[in-house]
Design a protein around this ligand. Structure first.
Ligand SMILES: *Cc1c(COP(=O)(O)O)cnc(C)c1O
Length: 429
C-alpha cells in the first residue's frame, strides 16, 4: 500500500487553496462613485475634450505614470489591444519582421500580423524562460523592425542588452510586461526599459480591472500614435492636424471609467498584492532548494522577479519519472500545479498553415526560420519535458503554505520506485 495520493494514499494537502480575492471596500466605493456619476465612459471619437477619455481614465494614467516613472501612459482595454497599439505606433508594415519569443501568450505574436508584419520566433533561455539574446541576434535581418521581449512569469528578459541592440540597429523594443508589474532589472521597472511597455489588467494578473491594459513610453510621438490608434484615428487625424497617416488605423481600444476607477485603487495597493506572491514564491524556492530532480526558478542577478508564475524545471532522468507523471502525482497530493506553459507558438494551426489574413494564406519567405518542429529546441524541450508551474496570482498562498507544498514535492520524488510503471501521468503496465 502506497502513501502516494495518486495510488490511494492520503493527500499531503487535503483542502483546496482559496482563490486570491483582491477586490475590497475601496474598489466597491470607486465603482459606486462612477455609477452614480452616470458617465461610464468619457471617451468621444473626435478631436475634442473626450478624445483622451474621462476623468477617471486620465487620473489613472497620471497615477500610473508617476508610480512607474513613465513620461507617457496610455490605457487600453487589454494588453492584447496595447500590443496592437504598440506595433502600430512602431510603424510596423507589410513584410516587416518582428522578433518574438517562441514561448509566450499568443497575443505577443498575433499583434504584428494585424499590420502585415511577420513574427519571427527566437528561442528562449533555459534558465529564465525569457527570450535568448543570441537567438535574437541570429534572427536579425535587413527586414527586422522591432523586437517584443516578454518578461515571462514576472522576470525581466535581458532588457538593457536588448535595448542597446535595438538602439544600435534602429529597431523598436516593445516589452510585453503583462506578467511583470514592479519587476525590475538593475533597479529599473520592467515596462520602462524598452521604447514601449505593455501591461495587462486582466482578471488573472497581479492587479486587475476585469479586463484592461496600460502602455507606457518615454516618447511623446509613440504615445500620441497609441492615443490615435486607441480611438478611431482615421476620423480624428484631420481635425488634429496630423499629416503623417502611416499606421493611423483606428480601433476602439478605450478603457471605461469603471475599469479606470478600479485600477486606481488596485494601483495604490499594488506593492501589497505583488509582495504577497513574491514572499510565497521566495519561501517556496527556499523550501525546495536542493531537492533532487527539480530546480526552483532561477532569479537573474540584480533583478526583481514578481512571480506571476513560480516555474520549476523537472529533470526526468534524475527524478526517475516523466514530468507529466510528476505533475499528476503532485496534483493528487493537493498541489495546484500545471505541466508546461503554452506550446511554442509556431506550432499553433495559424502559424503552421500561415493563414491569418485573406484567403490565400500569408505568403512570405522565412528560409531556415520556417515555422515547424525543431525551430526553437529549448522552448520545445522545456514545454514537453521540464516546466511545472504554480500560479501565485490564482490562489491565496501564504508563506506558511510553502513548506507544505515542498513536502508534497519531496514525497512524490521519494516515491519514484512506486511510479516506475507510470509514463506521462498514466500507468502503462
Ligand atoms: C495576459 C497576457 C497578455 C494578454 O493580456 P490581456 O490583457 O488579456 O489582453 C499578453 N501577453 C502576456 C505575456 C500575457 O501574460
Amino acid at each position: 500500500m502506497s502513501d502516494l495520493a495518486l495510488l490511494g494514499g492520503s493527500p499531503t494537502i487535503p483542502d483546496a487553496f482559496p482563490v486570491y480575492a483582491s477586490m475590497g471596500k475601496a474598489e466597491e466605493e470607486a465603482v459606486l462613485r462612477v455609477v452614480r456619476s452616470g458617465c461610464l465612459s468619457g471617451f468621444y471619437g473626435s478631436w475634442e475634450d473626450g478624445f483622451l477619455g474621462g476623468a477617471e481614465v486620465q487620473a489613472f494614467e497620471a497615477e500610473w505614470g508617476a508610480r512607474f516613472g513613465a513620461a507617457h501612459t496610455v490605457t487600453v482595454n487589454s494588453a492584447t489591444s496595447g500590443l496592437i497599439a504598440a506595433i502600430g505606433a512602431a510603424g510596423i508594415g507589410p513584410g516587416d519582421e518582428v522578433i518574438v519569443p517562441a514561448t509566450t501568450m499568443s497575443a505577443t505574436a498575433m499583434a504584428p500580423i494585424v499590420y502585415g508584419g511577420i513574427p519571427v520566433f527566437a528561442d528562449i533561455d533555459a534558465d529564465t524562460f525569457c527570450i535568448n539574446i543570441a537567438s535574437v541576434r541570429a534572427n536579425l535581418t535587413a527586414r527586422t523592425r522591432a523586437i517584443i521581449a516578454v518578461n515571462l512569469f514576472g522576470q525581466a528578459a535581458p532588457l538593457a542588452a536588448l535595448r542597446s541592440l535595438c538602439d544600435e540597429n534602429g529597431l523598436v523594443l516593445i516589452e510585453d510586461n503583462a506578467q511583470g508589474p514592479l519587476a525590475t532589472e538593475n533597479g529599473r521597472y520592467c515596462g520602462t526599459i524598452g521604447h514601449i511597455g505593455v501591461f495587462s489588467l486582466n482578471y488573472h494578473k497581479h492587479i486587475h480591472t476585469g479586463e484592461g491594459g496600460v502602455c507606457t513610453t518615454e516618447d511623446s510621438d509613440l504615445a500620441r500614435k497609441m492615443q490615435f490608434i486607441r480611438n478611431h484615428a482615421e476620423a480624428v487625424v484631420e481635425d488634429a492636424g496630423v499629416e503623417n497617416l502611416t499606421n493611423m488605423l483606428g480601433f476602439n481600444l478605450r478603457m471605461t471609467e469603471l475599469s479606470a476607477a478600479v485600477g486606481r485603487v488596485q494601483l495604490t495597493d499594488i506593492a501589497d498584492h505583488v509582495a504577497r506572491r513574491e514572499n510565497f514564491a521566495a519561501a517556496l524556492s527556499k523550501a525546495t532548494q536542493g531537492l533532487d530532480g527539480i530546480q526552483p526558478p532561477h532569479v537573474r542577478d540584480n533583478c526583481r522577479h514578481v512571480y506571476y508564475v513560480w516555474a520549476m524545471r523537472h529533470d526526468a532522468e534524475v527524478a526517475g519519472m516523466t514530468r507529466n507523471t510528476f505533475v499528476a502525482a503532485l496534483q493528487a497530493e493537493g498541489v495546484p500545479c500545471f505541466p508546461a506553459y503554452v506550446a511554442p507558438l509556431y506550432t499553433l494551426p495559424m502559424f503552421r498553415a500561415r493563414i491569418a489574413i485573406g484567403r490565400e494564406g500569408y505568403p512570405f519567405n522565412l528560409g531556415s526560420r520556417e515555422y515547424g518542429p525543431g525551430l526553437c529546441p529549448v522552448a520545445e524541450r522545456l514545454h514537453t519535458h521540464e516546466i511545472v508551474g504554480i500560479e501565485p496570482c490564482a490562489f491565496d498562498f501564504s508563506e506558511a503554505d510553502a513548506p507544505r507544498i515542498a513536502d508534497a514535492i519531496a514525497k512524490v520524488l521519494n516515491a519514484r520506485s512506486e511510479l516506475a510503471d507510470w509514463r506521462n501521468g498514466e500507468q502503462v503496465a
